[in-house]
Design a protein around this ligand. Structure first.
Ligand code: CP
Length: 299
């Protein structure tokens, strides 16, 4: 084990195990306990697309586990600038590390990397396709904050067409959990693709959040638009404000994978239901669990 390319790569047991292990890591972090389970192991990061949370929380996770990190966040500084292929780059980095975390703007890139790599590949996001480790931390967040992963009303808002975090989270809920009711809130041009419309769902263009237990806001992704004028038309379509918060349940949670641009008013940050920075923290214990899973048994 184990490449982590798609959220569908996980069995139900692995889901349960990763979430339980993430909880142990969270407790250890809260107690300030030093862990050195991965002492002597090296994680490489290969980021071909911008990132703050995914790369740095993976690096933090590996450091917290006593391992070390090498890699790049700027491919122009590698020999790819001399026309080396991604396949050769991955194959080379695999010679220097025990596990690779990779982000690419191209859907399917992580899968291709896993086919040439001699060490496990963890997908840190591949274009608009998937972001499985974000989903695992989103589920961990929901479990911690709501106490359950079944029987939830989940509102997904924003760029549901290109949003890979939305795609992976829908897959996880559809495949592994019961009693989920989705409200997909998006402009027509950014509607959720049909493959994710399963179980109980309803689609709307309006910001209707009164019933939601989990509000999952996303950014309109400028970088995925072929036509910049289309982005300009849609970029400010939804915004959560203190007034919108007033319409929501008292025990709802507002999540966002971040980065945000202007889709959540900064004045909302002090509302205890707005947990997106806590969600970003939960990325560390979750990724500690995932790195250990990927390394268990090698490839
Ligand atoms: N949530 C997320 O993937 O954030 P970054 O793009 O900053 O890694």
């Amino acid at each position: 084990m184990k490449d982590i390319i798609s959220i569908s790569d996980f069995s139900k047991k692995e889901f349960t195990d990763v979430l339980a292990e993430a909880d142990k890591m969270h407790s250890a972090l809260q107690k300030g306990k030093a862990l050195d389970t991965l002492k002597g192991k090296i994680m490489a990061v290969m980021f071909f697309e911008a990132s703050t949370r995914t790369r740095l929380s993976f690096e933090s996770a590996m450091n917290r586990l006593g391992g070390s990190v090498l890699g790049f966040a700027e491919p122009a500084s590698t020999s790819m600038a001399k026309a080396e292929t991604i396949a050769d780059t991955v194959n080379t980095v695999a010679q220097y590390s025990d596990v690779i975390v990779m982000r690419s703007p191209f859907p399917g890139a992580a899968q291709l990397a896993s086919e040439v790599s001699s060490v496990p590949i963890i997908n840190g996001g591949d274009g608009s396709r998937e972001h499985p480790t974000q989903t695992m931390l989103d589920l961990f967040t929901i479990k911690k904050e709501k106490g359950r992963l079944d029987n939830l009303k989940v509102a997904m808002i924003g760029d549901l067409k290109y949003g890979r975090t939305v795609h992976s989270l829908c897959k996880a809920f559809n495949n592994y959990f019961k009693g989920i009711e989705f409200t997909f809130i998006a402009p027509e041009a950014l509607a959720i693709p049909n493959e994710f419309k399963k179980g109980k769902y309803h689609e709307t263009g309006k910001l209707e959040l009164e019933d939601a237990d989990v509000v999952y806001m996303t950014r309109i992704q400028k970088e995925r638009f072929a036509d910049p004028t289309e982005y300009e038309k849609l970029k400010s379509v939804y915004k959560i404000t203190p007034k919108i918060l007033e319409t929501m349940k008292k025990d709802a949670i507002v999540m966002h994978p971040l980065p945000r641009v202007n889709e959540i008013d900064w004045r909302c940050d002090s509302d205890s239901r707005c947990i997106y920075f806590k969600q970003a923290y939960y990325g560390v214990p979750t990724r500690m669990a995932l790195i250990q899973l990927a390394l268990r048994g090698g490839k």
